[in-house]
Design a protein. Structure first.
Ligand SMILES: [Zn+2]
Length: 365
């Protein structure tokens, strides 16, 4: 069981606090993605310096290399990656569906071949939960099937029904420990009726938190928001809600306005490795020649190492020269931008001005 207290509300948006075995996490929160036991191009100290107190770990990558049993022997994922704060692990399902070489989905689970060496694995709800236990995740995710988009409604429905049966098995397999919890995942594609049915099913099973999965895979922001409008009101008020794999800054603001508390996305870290920087004035491409002679910081209001110590000209030079430091500095900046955006949203919710904040943000973005 993990704790969750709603501390302030403003419309459907809320501020809360998760209490885990590895400390408290203020929500709404953005979780940096630590795919293979590392938030790419960042030290764990650097991630914590942005204010982050929870990161996401990927079960698929870690089960293949170095292996969940090895990480458990070495004291769990927190110690392995020197991250003393909270960790949420995904179920592995999403990567199995998207990365694994030959995969076969059946009632029992998924069999697949590793994209690394072709060896055969089976991932069932029970095995996914056991792996996440070995990793010592504070928050464990139920195994679900990621329905492709677009897909015919009958296919979305049977996929959702399979995910609900896997959700029950995941819940049963989870071993209760203080400060640790398991989240269920709502599926159902872009169909409000299926989403509603799925939300009712996962709520009936009863989880520590509720995720909305299967979005941000090409359906567009308007559709994402419409699905949230149909889904979120059916989820328990007193439990955290997690929108998986989303997204752009404007997506986060719109989802918080609809009552979402938690997010993860590779966008800030991946963009940091391609010279794209998120700023209060929109996305800046540091490869652009106009930065070559600019002594100004990327964002004078930002407190990250890239903005306090270096010029746009230097960041431009690093990215053109393919220097590793460019990826490191811009990843730190982008994670700081996301952390500060969440901080600003929490402040606006507490002040009762979130409506204005969201309207202003839309105007800027
Ligand atoms: Zn910065």
């Amino acid at each position: 069981m993990i704790g969750f207290d709603v501390l302030a509300r403003n419309g459907a948006a809320r501020c809360g606090r998760l209490t885990t075995a590895h400390g408290a996490v203020d929500t709404p929160v953005f979780m940096p993605v630590g795919t293979a036991g590392t938030v790419k191009a960042m030290t764990s100290e650097g991630v914590a310096a942005t204010g982050a107190r929870i990161v996401l770990g990927n079960t698929y990558h870690l089960m293949l290399r170095p292996g969940a049993e090895r990480i458990a022997t070495l004291g769990g994922l927190h110690r392995f990656m020197n991250w003393p704060h909270a960790i949420l692990t995904d179920s592995g399902g999403f990567q199995v569906m998207s990365l694994a070489a030959r995969r076969t989905i059946g009632e029992a689970g998924v069999t697949f071949r590793s994209h690394l060496d072709g060896s055969l694995y089976e991932l069932t709800p029970e095995r996914s939960i056991a792996i996440q236990h070995l990793l010592a995740a504070d928050i464990t995710m139920a195994l679900d099937e990621c329905t492709p988009y677009p897909a015919p409604p009958e296919a979305v429905e049977s996929s959702m029904e399979l995910s609900m049966r896997w959700a029950e098995r995941s819940r049963r397999a989870f071993v209760e420990r203080p400060g640790h919890g398991v989240f269920g995942i709502v599926q159902g594609g872009v169909h409000p009726d299926l989403r509603l049915r799925s939300a009712e099913r996962v709520t009936q099973i009863g989880f520590d938190g509720y995720a909305v999965g299967g979005l941000a895979i090409g359906e567009g922001q308007e559709t994402t928001f419409a699905v949230l409008d149909a889904t979120v009101p059916a989820l328990p008020e007193n439990r955290p809600r997690y929108l998986m794999g989303v997204g752009k800054p404007a997506d986060l603001v719109g989802a918080v306005a609809r009552g979402i508390d938690m997010f993860d996305c590779v966008l800030p870290t991946r963009s940091g490795r391609t010279a794209q920087a998120f700023t209060r004035r929109g996305v800046v491409n540091l490869r652009n020649a106009r930065h070559a002679g600019d002594p100004a910081p990327l964002d004078p209001q930002c407190r990250c190492p890239a903005c306090t110590g270096y010029s746009r000209a230097y960041l431009h030079h690093l990215s053109r020269a393919g220097e590793i430091l460019g990826a490191m500095l811009l990843t730190a900046h982008n994670l700081q931008y996301y952390a500060d955006l969440m901080l600003a949203m929490r402040g606006a919710i507490e002040a009762g001005t979130f409506g204005d904040f969201a309207a202003d943000f839309e105007g800027e973005a």
